[in-house]
Design a protein around this ligand. Structure first.
Ligand code: MG
Length: 318
């Protein structure tokens, strides 16, 4: 006599799971919890196309819009909650990464101006820093807000090396560093050992993740950060394939949402486990959470802007 009875609950779950995978083939779960990060009705949406190299998305609550860069077309764009796509800056002087500071002001990395900028309430732009110890910055690429209110930004040379991504110019600094700008205006360079530092995000007050997009690197490193802003590398936190990590976001449970060659890859907080992927048709360079509830994930992927609704929101220090 067979003691095993069909488990109808289990069968129903398997059926529901497979139906969902059919409906959303771009959500590839590596761990079962991945699909729980998205509402059942969540669908991938393309919000705009025809761009050249989209990057640097940030959601600005006061504008009810996500602002993002097309670095190579030398413009920034906005996409509003009302569904309107419009040019924000033309020329943008090759702005790349953005974030909000502790007062919700827009912060921008400018390849063209080789500077970190802030947009005031009037709309005017203020140059926060463009030199370090008398030498011009390379081309600030990505920026994030630290829990202590300081701004950390990476400064690789893409805006100098690639005529499509900046105005060129001579490299003056001896390295490609990560800078820390404190709220009182003190600039330091705590991270000097990387080749092409790029996307970065704090996972806590004392831990910073930093992507290095040099061809022989392609890894995300973890740094221990002290209260006075020194940084000590603790090794590789994770690496991914295909492509390289560029933009990074952390959700409130500590999961890491990373851009990748095939879209967005989601990892456990310790970087050891891939939870799943959002597959996109082109390389994704960056991403951010936003929207009216803070749960919309926006993804800048080469020629397009995409979004999908999630059940999570970003860990935020604003
Ligand atoms: Mg970048």
């Amino acid at each position: 006599m067979c003691l095993l009875k069909p488990c109808h609950t289990h069968l129903a779950l398997v059926r529901a799971y497979s139906e969902r995978m059919t409906a959303t083939p771009y959500l590839r779960a590596t761990c079962p919890e991945f699909l729980q990060l998205f509402p059942e009705q969540a669908r991938l949406q393309q919000l705009g196309g025809g761009f050249t190299w989209t990057e640097g998305p940030v959601y600005v609550p006061g504008r009810q819009a996500v602002i993002f860069s097309d670095v190579r077309q030398n413009k920034t764009w906005r996409y509003t909650d009302a569904g309107q796509l419009a040019v924000e800056l033309d020329p943008s002087h090759h702005q790349n990464g953005h974030c909000l500071d502790a007062q919700y002001r827009l912060i921008a990395c400018s390849h063209g101006q080789r500077a970190l900028l802030r947009q005031e309430d009037s709309g005017e732009w203020t140059t926060l820093v463009s030199t370090f110890e008398g030498q011009r910055l390379n081309s600030p690429n990505d920026v994030c807000l630290a829990p202590d209110g300081s701004l950390w930004f990476s400064d690789p040379t893409y805006g100098l090396d690639n005529p499509q991504e900046g105005y060129g110019g001579t490299k003056e600094l001896p390295g490609n560093w990560v800078f820390r700008l404190t709220p009182d205006g003190h600039l330091s360079a705590p991270i000097r050992g990387r080749s092409m530092p790029n996307g970065l995000a704090f996972t806590s007050a004392d831990t910073l993740l930093l992507a290095d997009t040099a061809e022989d690197e392609g890894k995300v490193y973890r740094y221990h950060i002290t209260v006075d802003g020194t940084a000590t590398c603790q090794g590789v936190h994770f690496s991914l394939s295909p492509g390289l990590t560029d933009g990074l976001r952390i959700d409130q449970a500590g999961r890491i949402w990373s851009s990748a060659g095939d879209g967005v890859q989601v990892f456990s907080a310790d970087g050891q486990t891939e939870i799943g992927r959002i597959l996109l048709p082109e390389t994704c360079a960056n991403l951010c959470f936003g929207g009216p509830n803070g749960t919309t994930l926006y993804m800048t992927a080469t020629s397009a802007l995409w979004c999908i609704e999630t059940n999570v929101s970003a860990l935020s220090w604003v």
